[in-house]
Design a protein around this ligand. Structure first.
Ligand code: ARG
Ligand code: ZN
Length: 475
């Protein structure tokens, strides 16, 4: 079967070890209301039903300035994070998300602030209350041995050590394992990274490389991600890498970093990146970022690739279909972010459908053939275990129904409204929510508007219906 291969097979295998979301966290969310006796405090989460403590209330982060120093031999990380934020309400106290590591200093503005830690919540009490609308700066100095978090499906994400550095990928939760963050895709920010590693290693983050300097056996890399980015899409992957930099015909700055052990397998695939991005730009509209590239690591304990913004990170040399998938996420997932993790099909269904379209237009199976072979799977198959628009819990967000039935939903939409309207819908979606967020309900309305059709029954059946949808298969 041609659907989510590496991503889903690994994930299906992991179902058995899936952990459960602690029930107690839900209670915390309600406990942290907008106002208490002590005055207005920022909520401990943005209200995401699957990850109640993800993100925070009461402010938005405009910019993260992260300075990191990592020693792969000892696995020690030294960090300083400077967050430039704006209060959306009066705040006597607010939370950041930060997991593990030790804090050595914390200031808000120029004044030392009180803080306490409660699981992943870093609760900060500034010396004086912040006014609604006030811009403020939080500086956190920290260090220690970063470790990944285990997700509800049993997978690891965050700062994941490798034999020569670290594979750094944060979907959905792991950003908080290496920097204090407002860790939910609702809050998107620009980033600067200054990363120092031993001189025989390379540190690769998002966006454009501003410069690098070697002194006293260490190299410092400066990266800038100017377009808004969700925290989970940030990376600072470290390793022994072969680096290749070039500019495409369209003026896009490409930076590839490849583990030499993966170089032979990766080369023919990475070479296709400019043509894949051009092809996707024709289908989805202009590529949203000024930088691109690939990070090909060797990280055998990871089991997935991630669409880290501008520069996806692969746990091994990718095949072309995976490159197409992670590239499509730059539009669907990265530029247009989800609003709630239950809407994950807006990322994975779209990126998977891009793989089908790529095959169709490059001499492979047609999308209809891919759809048909999936539709032929028996009703008791895992593919029909839950509907993609309502995965039910954080343990299911990377399950096969999200990827494959999510893509099937788009295919049924396409065959219902026709190619012209369908591709107009994809481009309108990418344009309307560029650098922002979207919901499934907004997508449904946009599809109806662009096609002029009532699509209620289609979405009800394919996104929300329990079990295998019966009747006409959309052909
Ligand atoms: N979004 C990634 C993809 O391209 C999958 C990330 C999986 N993350 C995880 N923690 N299991 O499909
Ligand atoms: Zn994906």
């Amino acid at each position: 079967m041609t659907h989510p291969r590496r991503r889903a097979t690994t994930l299906l295998g992991r179902r058995a070890v899936a952990a459960t979301v602690p029930v107690a966290v839900a209670a915390l969310l309600t406990a942290a209301g907008p106002a208490t006796a002590a005055g207005p405090t920022g909520a401990s989460g943005v209200g995401d039903p699957y990850f109640p403590l993800a993100g925070n209330g009461g402010y938005h982060v405009a910019h993260y300035d992260l300075t990191l120093r990592y020693d792969p031999a000892t696995r020690h990380l030294d960090g300083e994070a400077v967050l430039t934020a704006r209060a959306t309400q009066r705040l006597t106290r607010f939370d950041l998300d930060f997991h593990g590591l030790k804090i050595t200093a914390l200031t808000v503005g120029h004044a030392k602030a009180d803080y306490r830690r409660d699981g992943q919540e870093l609760v900060v009490t500034p010396e004086r209350a912040l006014r609604k609308g006030e811009e403020f700066r939080v500086t956190v100095a920290y260090n220690g041995t970063p470790a990944p978090v285990t997700d509800p499906d049993g997978s690891l994400d965050g700062w994941i050590p490798t034999d020569d550095g670290a594979f750094v990928a944060g979907e959905p939760q792991g950003a908080m394992t290496w920097f204090p963050a407002d860790n939910h895709p609702l809050d998107k920010s620009s980033y600067d990274f200054t990363i120092t590693v031993p001189a025989d290693r390379t540190a690769v983050a998002n966006g454009v490389l501003l410069g690098q300097r070697t002194a006293k056996g260490r190299t410092t890399f400066r990266w800038r991600q100017s377009e808004p980015m969700a925290a989970y899409l940030a990376t600072a992957t470290v390793g022994k890498f072969q680096v290749k930099q070039y500019t495409t015909r369209d003026g896009l700055k490409v930076y590839d970093a490849v583990d030499p052990r993966e170089a032979t397998a990766a080369a023919p695939v990475l070479k296709q990146l400019p043509s894949v991005l051009e092809w996707e730009s024709r289908l989805f509209g202009p590529y949203p970022f000024r930088a691109a590239g690939s990070i090909v690591d060797r990280a055998p304990n990871v089991g997935y690739a991630l669409e880290t913004q501008t520069r996806p990170v692969y746990d091994r040399a990718p095949d072309l279909s995976t490159l197409v998938h992670e590239s499509a996420h730059q539009w669907f997932g990265d530029s247009v972010s989800l609003t709630s993790w239950k809407d994950i099909w807006l990322n994975e269904g779209f990126a998977t459908y891009a793989e089908w379209l790529y095959a169709e237009q490059h001499g492979g199976d047609s999308a209809q053939q891919t759809f048909d072979s999936l539709y032929a799977t028996p009703a008791d198959d895992g593919l029909w275990e839950f509907p993609p628009g309502d995965p039910g819990s954080g343990a299911n967000i990377f399950g096969t129904p999200v990827y494959a039935r999510g893509a099937m939903t788009l295919h049924v939409l396409r065959t219902t409204v026709g190619d012209r309207a369908f591709f107009r819908v994809l481009r309108a979606w990418a344009a309307a929510h560029r650098y922002g967020n979207g919901t499934t309900a907004q997508f449904e309305r946009l599809a109806e508007r662009e096609s002029g059709q009532d699509l209620g029954a289609l979405f009800q059946t394919w996104l929300y219906g329990r079990g295998k949808p019966g009747g006409p298969s959309g052909s």
